[in-house]
Design a protein around this ligand. Structure first.
Ligand code: ATP
Length: 271
């Protein structure tokens, strides 16, 4: 397993304001697997990503990345893990994943130099990954502000891949893109899966993970209510919330539920 999360709990706030945002979350990801995490706004998807990346602390449970129990890691240990480049991420807004003051070349080369790769090899790898995300070399000297949204997101993907990570967390990576760019990014992710990279693909939209995920985990109010092979989750969802998601996704062919059934599922969830 490249990622094993067991009984994870995360709280925000202090004292009387303290409340659980994730509880009892367990999930494993194997090398070369794409696991989609789907849930509505506020369900805790980003918090889960942030916990795996060491950006928020677990109040209980365990997170094991590539065999290392990172649950109690301090900032220094996280820095060391990040330097090794085992784990990478891409956020929805590429400007959050990219430094606006670094050229594309520097954005790609920096994580390699930090992990001790010699400059000439780092430059070579930067070119290799730029072409892997289907961008021209002439973009290497541009700043992110002078790229289109789709180009920026591809640079963010290339930057995440350049350290040859074993696990990449994608938090709504295609939500802000037009459909041509969306399809290309998804194709790139599929190609990389074939080379053994594992992905956690987070989205509020079941339709956008359905075509790419091997397994789908459904997050509802901070709990994983259903996890299974993508096809099974889509064709025979068990939890009422998953049924609601399936019936509300216009792009899924199985979406046959009418308004009345969706209202009934909502009522069941609210009861
Ligand atoms: N730093 C924080 N402090 C307090 N509460 C927070 C913080 N970050 C998120 N929350 C709350 O935690 C819950 C889960 O937020 P999270 O961002 O993980 O959800 P999400 O599923 O990613 O939502 P979205 O799809 O809108 O990004 C929400 O109720 C949110 O208001």
């Amino acid at each position: 397993m490249i990622l094993r999360i067991s009984d994870l709990e995360v709280h925000y706030g202090h004292r009387r304001r303290r409340r659980a945002v994730l509880s009892g979350v367990s999930l494993s990801v194997s090398p070369g697997e794409i696991v989609g995490i789907v849930g509505e706004t506020g369900s805790g998807k980003s918090t889960l990503a942030r916990a795996v990346l060491g950006l928020v602390r677990a109040s209980a449970g365990r997170i094991v990345v590539d065999g290392e129990d990172v649950t109690g890691y301090r900032a220094r240990q996280w820095r060391s893990l990040r330097r090794r480049g085992v784990l990478q991420y891409v956020f929805q807004d590429p400007l959050r994943s990219l430094d606006p003051d670094l050229t594309v070349r520097d954005s790609l080369v920096e994580p390699l130099l930090v992990s001790g790769v010699p400059r000439a090899e780092a430059a070579e790898r930067a070119r290799k990954y730029l072409s892997r995300v289907r961008l021209e070399e002439e973009l290497l000297d541009r700043l992110p502000g002078r790229l289109s949204g789709g180009q920026r997101q591809r640079v963010a993907v290339a930057r995440a891949l350049v350290t040859e990570p074993r696990l990449v967390i994608l938090d709504e990576p295609v939500s802000a893109l037009d459909s041509a760019n969306r399809v290309q990014i998804l194709e790139i992710v599929k190609e990389l899966r074939a080379s053994g990279v594992a992905f956690v693909f987070i989205s509020h939209d079941l339709g956008s993970v359905a075509g790419i995920a091997d397994r789908i985990a459904v997050l509802y109010q901070g709990e994983l209510v259903e996890t299974g092979p993508a096809r099974a989750v889509i064709t025979s969802p068990e939890h009422p919330y998953t049924r609601l998601l399936v019936s509300s996704a216009p792009t899924l062919r199985t979406a046959s539920a009418g308004r009345a059934e969706r209202d009934a599922l909502r009522a069941l969830l609210d009861s």
